[in-house]
Design a protein around this ligand. Structure first.
Ligand code: FAD
Length: 403
């Protein structure tokens, strides 16, 4: 097994390093500007150089590079090492932009893609409803065409970031007579529209990152639909594919493990550093086994992509592996923290990112690891997908009954 990237890619790495050394952090007068302004300037230069927004055409503000997973990986590695800004990490860039590029109208791409990748506008995802999560196609929020507008009535829930988002991409039932998957459309909604009531939900971490969103006679223009009327289910599948890929990066698991090892070195258990405790050492090695397996699956997936082959089941396993590891890591951190782990969490939700060594961060990490395993399709639903699409096992009978 050859894990090197090859001479051509390593020389590309040198180019990226030179660019970063010259451009991040910003120098001279620019270094005195606000963090936001510095990030904007840096991103502009990185896009011009072809390092960021690589899959977005130039006419919509991207750098339009040919698909190249190895170069993309090197950029991620080097930008992360230099703590340089990447694309804004939001639902808009990760989920909506790829969906619009694949299925949107020309005017929709022109209007929304550039401002989204520059971080000028933000989005929230209006899919889940009180009675429709895993069985999303049963959703009931209605959209009716009245004159030149869609008029929307219903309720969404668990809508992350809705309290500050500018727009929502939303699934609504527009053909009540059609079979459930066929009756849904994918609409874009301005969150400032009259009739939208956003109510934050307080989580056990203490923060309020997601919301209930009530929609009462909300108007959105007739052409703010992505894909054809009644084809919203198909369009939403594009978005979810991107969501699952984005959550599944092995690099995050490695970062978490490193943070956990640091914690085990710093904290004491039974009068000695936790890292010297045989039980903790055994658990750490076990987790490292999962992390390395995840990392090498990532390499295999990349190699298959480079050869133009379908990554098949490996791709389907990404999210489940990431969230399982995230949970194991956080669980062991709680064991290391002992009674300290019973303290109230900080209000920062960390998801799958590195938690450092502070007690509050690890408590928040533990709680967030439970939520991440649910967001974007629960772990059990992932298992169903792996079993059915990956292994060819018979369809889940409960799911069949509900369709
Ligand atoms: C942190 C977080 C952020 C979120 N952000 C958003 C957002 O921005 N926008 C949005 O629209 N939604 C969001 N969600 C909602 C998320 O998509 C749903 O919670 C998820 O799809 C599960 O739906 P549910 O909560 O209704 O659970 P249910 O579907 O009721 O599931 C309950 C339990 O039953 C299991 N289950 C259900 N069906 C099956 C089956 N067929 N086979 C086996 N097990 C099954 C599930 O695995 C789960 O354990 C977010 C959720 C979280 C936790």
């Amino acid at each position: 097994m050859d894990l090197s990237y090859g001479a051509e890619i390593e020389s590309f790495r040198e180019e990226v390093r030179k660019f970063l050394a010259a451009n991040w952090p910003l120098q001279g007068e620019e270094a005195g500007r606000s963090r936001e302004e510095q990030t904007r300037l840096f991103r502009e230069r990185a896009i011009a150089e072809g390092y960021l927004c690589r899959n977005v055409p130039r006419k919509y503000g991207g750098s339009e590079q040919p698909a190249d997973p190895l170069r993309a990986q090197v950029i991620r590695e080097e930008f992360t090492a230099a703590h340089a800004p990447m694309e804004p990490r939001g639902i808009g860039t990760m989920m909506l932009v790829p969906t619009l590029l694949e299925r949107g109208e020309e005017w929709q791409k022109e209007k929304f893609v550039g401002p989204t990748i520059r971080g000028e506008i933000t989005w929230c995802q209006g899919y889940s409803e009180p009675g429709s999560g895993s069985d999303l196609a049963s959703l009931k929020t209605r959209g009716e065409l009245v004159g030149d507008d869609w008029v929307i009535n219903g309720q969404k829930i668990w809508t992350s970031g809705a309290m500050e988002a500018d727009y929502m991409f939303c699934l609504v039932r527009t053909e009540p007579e059609a079979p459930k998957h066929a009756g849904i459309s994918y609409l874009l909604i301005d969150m400032k529209s009259p009739g939208i009531d956003v109510r934050p939900l307080r989580q056990m971490t203490g923060s309020s990152e997601f919301n209930e969103v009530f929609l009462t006679d909300v108007h959105t223009p007739r052409d703010w639909i992505v894909g054809k009327r009644g084809e919203g289910w198909l369009v939403s599948r594009t978005t979810l594919k991107h969501e699952r890929n984005s959550i599944g990066a092995a690099a995050q698991s490695l970062g978490l493990l490193e943070g956990l090892v640091d914690l085990a070195k710093e904290r004491r258990l039974g009068g000695r550093p936790a890292i010297e405790d045989p039980g903790i050492r055994r658990a750490l090695v076990e987790i490292e086994g999962y992390v390395r397996a995840h990392q090498y699956s990532g390499y295999l997936q990349m190699t298959k992509g480079l050869k133009g082959e379908d990554a098949g089941i490996i791709q389907l396993m990404n999210k489940l592996n990431s969230t399982n590891i995230g949970h194991r890591v956080a669980h062991l951190a709680m064991e290391i923290l002992g009674d300290e782990g019973l303290r109230a969490p900080s209000s920062r939700g960390l998801g799958l990112s590195a938690a450092g060594t502070s007690t509050e961060s690890w408590i928040a990490q533990y709680m967030a690891s439970l939520g991440i395993a649910i967001a974007g399709g629960t772990a059990n639903i992932q298992r169903n997908v792996i079993a059915e699409r990956g292994l060819g096992l018979p369809r889940d009978s409960a799911a069949n009954r509900s369709k």
